[in-house]
Design a protein around this ligand. Structure first.
Ligand code: FAD
Length: 486
């Protein structure tokens, strides 16, 4: 039978391996780390457990599809629930807003808390749903780089209507044009951060993202986000995939325009197909040094990165939920610092994810596990030690004021993840969370395809290629790659 090598075991790599096994390939995954999952891993500090990276799950059907593919009962491995409240918002002036998943309830919340007329919210959610229904089948679920997608007509239809999809406006412009209250604008602008972009630059087409939460729902795995990695890893092993940890791939071997296998420190490993789940830029620069380099794609600006403080907190804050946002008083300035100045604004928007609100065993009794994150620029060689020390002070000051409590005194254990460590642990260039940024309207849609145009039998999956970053799209990238296998 035929053999396949997958480079990297991020969610995209795991999904590719599971799909290759279904096609009858003998599959080997080579992973540089001693654990699977890449960005989707976990951190343990004393009695606290944290999901290390992603905290929000949307479109869980792309995970369960992989179990269905092999007719394996998903519930034995992975269970998840829909959230009733998707986020608690705290504005600097003391305004509190609960994002209910129930449509009628959230519309009422917008009216009561933000004075936002019902009609505006409905118009925005309808626009978001329309964008999703028209664009998802074209941009997310297929290869944009195959003529059949284009000839299928759907892409033409979608592009024909792009003016309606606000391709030429920024997300912020569209939201300012629609909403009355600037707090509503800020709330909807936040969705740009879901793919590491700037709402003041990214095309308004990305107003597609709110539909994921408001229309399709936000979910949480019963055992936490890390269970996504664990369950896919178990599934992959069950269907025969072989894993080799601590085994970085040094280069992809290409002969006469065809991928023939890879080299690791153990020598040459031959295969009929090679799938790279390594960051696309890193794949070209490190594993394909002597091959054609797609210069334009390689030089695109990267998406933003993140600075995370994993804090064990000696108090149970009842007003906090699974997802919490403490907004900046000046969103525009915050994004200028991230995307123009390359540093961190003194009043950043702080996101706190507390999985112990769902799984009490993630923290000792009466305590909470705070995954405290701010969006930061990707790594361009800044003085991170200095930036992190300053950001830590500012975050603690902000949270202490907004929660009326001395937060510093409650921190029992601490660990930090920053753009440098994201980069060194996952090979993501600059520690970018979502590959190339979507701040420019062409870059947003024209990502690297899921196959190589120059090298036969070489495929790409993961958050740095088509259709995009985040768990669901990374998993979809593997589907597109393996469905198009020749
Ligand atoms: P990655 O996770 O990037 O993993 C790549 C793997 O390849 C790594 O294990 C790496 O070690 C391995 N590798 C690289 N080079 C080699 C080599 N040469 N040889 C062998 N192995 C190699 N997404 C969401 O959907 N929701 C969220 O809430 C969310 N929040 C996020 C928050 C943070 C802090 C971060 C970091 C990311 C977040 N994301 C979120 C994005 C999401 O984590 C990623 O899009 C997704 O996990 C990317 O998966 P991937 O398949 O691209 O692989």
């Amino acid at each position: 039978s035929k053999s396949a090598i997958v480079i990297g075991s991020g969610v995209g790599g795991l999904a590719a391996a599971i799909r290759l096994a279904k096609k009858g390939y003998v599959v080997s995954v080579f992973e540089a780390n001693d654990y699977p999952g890449g960005k989707l891993t976990e951190v343990r500090l004393g009695k606290y457990r944290f999901d290390a990276g992603p905290s929000l799950l949307t479109l869980p059907e792309h995970i369960t599809d992989l179990f269905d593919l092999h007719q394996i009962e998903v519930a034995d491995y992975f269970q998840y629930n829909k959230l009733e409240t998707t986020c608690e918002y705290f504005y600097p002036d003391g305004t509190r807003f609960t994002a209910w998943s129930d449509r009628a309830k959230i519309i009422k919340e917008f009216e009561e808390k933000l004075g936002e007329p019902k009609a505006n919210v409905e118009a925005s959610l309808e626009q978001s749903a329309l964008l999703y229904n028209k664009l998802a089948p074209v941009f997310m679920e297929k290869s944009l780089h195959k003529s059949s997608t284009w000839l299928g007509g759907k892409a033409f239809q979608a592009f024909g209507k792009l003016s309606k999809f606000n391709f030429n406006k920024s997300m912020n412009q569209a939201n300012e044009g629609l909403f009355k209250n600037e707090k509503t604008v800020q709330l909807f602008n936040r969705y740009a951060t879901y793919n590491g972009s700037d709402p003041y630059q990214t095309p308004a087409t990305f107003n597609i993202i709110p539909h994921l939460e408001f229309g399709l729902g936000a979910y949480f795995p019963e055992k936490g986000m890390h269970n996504i990695t664990e369950s896919l890893y178990q599934l992959a092993k069950k269907v025969g995939v072989q894993f080799h940890f601590n085994r970085p791939v040094k280069n992809i071997v290409v002969f006469e325009g065809q991928a023939k296998g890879v080299n690791t420190e153990m020598g040459f490993h031959k295969s009929d197909v090679v799938v790279s789940n390594m960051d696309m830029v890193a794949t070209y620069k490190k594993l394909l040094k002597d091959q054609f380099q797609p210069k334009k794609l390689l030089s695109q600006p990267k998406s933003s990165s993140a600075l995370i403080f994993y804090w064990g907190i000696k108090k149970d804050f009842k007003q906090l939920d699974l997802h919490n946002i403490f907004f900046s008083g000046n969103y525009k300035k915050e994004f200028e610092h991230i995307f123009k100045l390359g540093d961190i604004y003194d009043d950043p928007t702080v996101y706190i994810n507390i999985s112990s609100t769902q799984n009490p065993s993630d923290a000792p009794e009466g305590c909470q596990n705070w995954f405290t994150m701010i969006n930061v620029p990707n790594n361009q060689g800044q003085n991170w030690d200095e930036l992190i020390a300053k950001a830590r002070k500012n975050i603690i000051k902000k949270l202490s004021e907004m929660l009326h409590e001395d937060i510093e005194a409650l921190i029992e254990v601490e660990d930090i993840l920053d753009p440098r460590t994201i980069e060194s642990r996952t090979s993501s260039v600059g520690g970018a969370l979502y590959g190339n940024s979507s701040n420019n309207k062409y870059a947003a849609f024209l990502r690297h395809p899921n196959f190589s145009k120059k090298i036969k039998h070489l495929y790409f999956c993961g958050g740095s290629v088509h259709p995009g970053g985040g768990i669901p799209l990374s998993i979809l990238s593997a589907k597109i790659a393996i469905d198009n296998l020749k």
